[in-house]
Design a binder for this molecule. Structure first.
Ligand SMILES: Cc1cc2nc3c(=O)[nH]c(=O)nc-3n(C[C@H](O)[C@H](O)[C@H](O)COP(=O)(O)OP(=O)(O)OC[C@H]3O[C@@H](n4cnc5c(N)ncnc54)[C@H](O)[C@@H]3O)c2cc1C
Ligand code: FES
Length: 263
């Protein structure tokens, strides 16, 4: 996976922070140096001001960067106290962010690639799909959500113009009714791939990894773990490996070769 560049503490200012779905928000932060340092698949640790009892930074991937504008785009779901307070940060408010953290996607030119995202796993998958398309690959994208109001990423995936885009919802409210893995099976039957990239709920990624392995296709997965320190000191974010032992999601990941993970 792509090695991490040097991690720094940066100031950021919220350029915009708006709801784009049910409990799903899009935050654009202005932080010029971070915007030029981040590579697809890396993450950042954001300090959300407002409550001294919550001092732990929150880890987030990013969907895109605009180094010229000096901005970074985050898509996040409100799931608890920290993300609720993040959703209340107005444009113009400021805080700090640590990044770029971890190792991102290994993007190389090659054949057709398949990107599979579930829920708010979509931001790093869209970033990967964009990088793969820029490397000259055809890229098909599968985006899954529980329901239409929680779906993000379809416009960004279509804007790539690099291959097929398939949307699934668990409840059938939009796109194909069912899971991303069902859409993936159909695509595997129609196309020859040499790479799968995925991020989403653990159970979905395990299924994607299994299908990719069965089809003999390399698979990279961006894992999510609870994180306390974010720099390899606490073991909160351990990932069990197939060969035995553990790696840390914050330092060795978050992107792993899926065949090395003990799903
Ligand atoms: C590398 C990485 C990248 C991430 N990128 C994104 C992103 O792009 N968009 C996004 O919406 N979220 C992302 N997350 C998850 C995000 O960090 C958590 O949702 C957030 O920290 C929750 O904080 P909270 O205080 O609101 O919730 P808490 O009160 O801390 O927790 C609320 C619920 O969410 C669960 N939870 C909290 N943190 C995590 C986690 N890291 N992994 C799995 N479950 C968790 C808790 O178990 C609990 O059930 C990412 C996590 C990691 C590790
Ligand atoms: S979060 Fe502490 S080791 Fe990864």
């Amino acid at each position: 996976m792509q090695p991490s560049s040097k991690v720094h503490l940066y100031d950021f200012e919220v350029a915009s922070n708006d709801a784009v779905g049910e409990k799903v928000y899009r935050l654009v932060m202005r932080s010029p140096e971070l915007a030029s340092e981040l590579r697809p698949g890396q993450f950042m640790n954001v300090a959300v001001p407002g409550d001294a009892s919550h001092i732990v930074r929150l880890p987030f991937s990013f969907a895109s960067t605009d180094p010229e504008a000096g901005t970074v785009e985050l898509i996040y779901a409100v799931v608890g106290e920290g993300t609720r307070r993040l959703s209340e940060m107005p444009a113009g408010s400021t805080s700090t962010v640590v990044g770029p953290c971890g190792n991102g996607w290994d993007v190389k030119p090659g054949g057709r690639a398949l990107a599979v995202a579930g829920g708010v796993g979509a931001p790093p998958v869209i970033a990967a799909a964009r990088a793969l398309a820029e490397a000259g690959r055809e890229v098909d994208v599968v985006l899954g959500a529980q329901t239409k109001s929680r779906l993000w990423g379809e416009d960004d995936a279509r804007a790539l113009g690099a291959g097929e885009v398939v949307v699934t919802t668990d409840d059938g409210s939009y796109g194909m009714r069912g899971f991303t893995t069902q859409a993936m099976e159909a695509l595997l039957a129609r196309h020859e791939y040499d790479l799968v990239v995925t991020c989403g709920p653990a159970v979905m990624m395990a299924g994607v990894a299994r299908l990719a392995e069965g089809a003999g296709v390399a698979c990279q997965a961006s894992l999510e773990r609870m994180m306390t320190c974010g720099f390899g000191a606490c073991s909160t974010c351990n990932v069990a490996m197939r060969a035995g032992g553990y790696k840390s999601c914050c330092m060795d990941g978050p992107v792993f070769d899926a065949s090395e993970v003990a799903w």
